[in-house]
Design a protein around this ligand. Structure first.
Ligand SMILES: [Zn+2]
Length: 387
């Protein structure tokens, strides 16, 4: 399962992996979703073996020896991404606007409205920061899951910039030469602040995954508690049975005392009865303890089991990338049928449109779920167009 906001797509993962393995000198032979990897002898890496197979986007298949899954959540991908990032834990990249394609928002790509012209005019430089986090989710006993997530925010406005998260992945590639890399020039208190702010956001994004693991751990704890209850119940029954058996024996002995008149025998039998009586008392008090704990619902055992299945979530920043980009405005020339209309919006290179646009009729904001529908009498959204 992936969280809804994850931006790393399967194709980005495959591209990254291909280039990363290539940079290590490995060769890839592709047979559909099955990639056969050969690593040359003279390369020392942490890769699983000299020859191994990657199964792309096929998480359901059981793995044979020397096979690994490759998808955004796969451990193989997480490992190489962490490895590639850690080679350069902090750095600064500069996005040159002439190298980036102009991003046309999704709400403009529907309803037969065409963009005849798009011109970006940069006004000033802005800085953003992309932080790669490792989120470890574990319980003392069995579960362990590790996720890598990147978040990018503008340093001044603190706004999340999802498009830059994709750029981060591209710029992490060891072969990437288009993006210029320099030392970071953000002071420590600013970066500490940014880490504190984004850490929470990252946890929110992976919350569904945390909940999923939490539920599985709770179910495991419930099952263990139930098993313990049944074991206790069984033990209680065994003791009850033993108690009845001892009681019968005491009664038998009492009868035989009356039948024996011989003094020596009587002493011996009385001694025997005393021993059995003491064993009976021990069982009775043991049973008392069992019954008491059962009435209480085994609080100590429950606590011990729940503690063993409790989740521990650790969020640690792995790398930090300062991203310099240009902020300005974009002029879009729209056309539908015989009508043309131009729109000017805030825009960042690599970031996309940074300003919201409202419908001129109902003032609802255009977006992923409310596309631009008509332009002939002004900009009109899909939600109010038909009604
Ligand atoms: Zn509207």
């Amino acid at each position: 399962m992936t969280d809804a906001t994850i931006l790393i797509t399967q194709s980005a993962v495959e591209q990254f992996t291909e280039q990363y393995l290539g940079s290590l000198g490995a060769t890839i032979e592709k047979h559909g979703n099955r990639w056969e990897i050969t690593v040359p002898d003279d390369v020392t890496t942490d890769l699983p073996a000299d020859r191994f197979v990657l199964l792309c986007n096929d998480a359901a298949t059981e793995l044979n020896e020397n096979e690994r899954h490759l998808h955004p959540e796969s451990s193989f991908f997480q490992e190489i991404l962490a490895d590639a990032s850690e080679r350069q834990p902090t750095r600064k990249v500069v996005i040159a606007s002439e190298d980036t394609q102009i991003e046309i928002p999704a709400w403009l790509q529907e309803n037969n409205i065409s963009v005849n012209d798009a011109t970006f005019t940069p006004y000033y430089d802005r800085s953003a920061i992309a932080i790669l986090y490792r989120i470890s989710i574990e319980t003392v006993s069995e579960y362990q899951s590790e996720l890598l997530r990147v978040t990018a925010i503008d340093i001044r406005s603190k706004k999340r910039l999802p498009k830059l998260e994709e750029i981060f992945l591209e710029s992490t590639l060891p072969t990437e030469s288009q993006i210029e890399s320099q030392p970071v020039d953000i002071d420590k208190s600013t970066s500490d602040d940014l880490i504190a702010q984004t850490r929470e956001q990252i946890v929110e994004r992976v919350q569904p995954k945390i909940d999923e693991i939490h539920q599985a751990a709770s179910r495991a704890a419930d099952a263990e508690i139930e098993e313990y209850r049944q074991m206790q119940h069984q033990r209680l029954e065994e003791l009850e049975e033993k108690k009845t058996h001892l009681l019968n024996r005491i009664e038998n002995i009492s009868e035989s005392i009356q039948q024996h008149s011989d003094e020596g025998n009587r002493v011996e039998i009385l001694q025997k009865r005393k021993e059995i009586k003491s064993e009976y008392d021990d069982i009775e008090s043991e049973l008392e303890g069992f019954r008491h704990r059962r009435e209480q619902g085994y609080p100590e055992k429950q606590q011990e089991i729940r503690e063993r299945h409790a989740l521990e979530v650790t969020v640690s920043p792995l790398t930090m990338t300062q991203i310099e980009y240009e902020q300005g405005e974009i002029d879009l020339e729209l056309e539908k049928g015989t009508v043309t209309r131009s729109v000017t919006l805030g825009y960042g290179a690599g970031v996309g449109i940074t300003e919201e646009l409202d419908c001129e009729f109902c003032e609802q904001t255009l977006g992923e779920h409310n596309s631009l529908r008509a332009i002939h009498e002004g900009l009109q959204c899909s939600q109010c167009y038909s009604s």
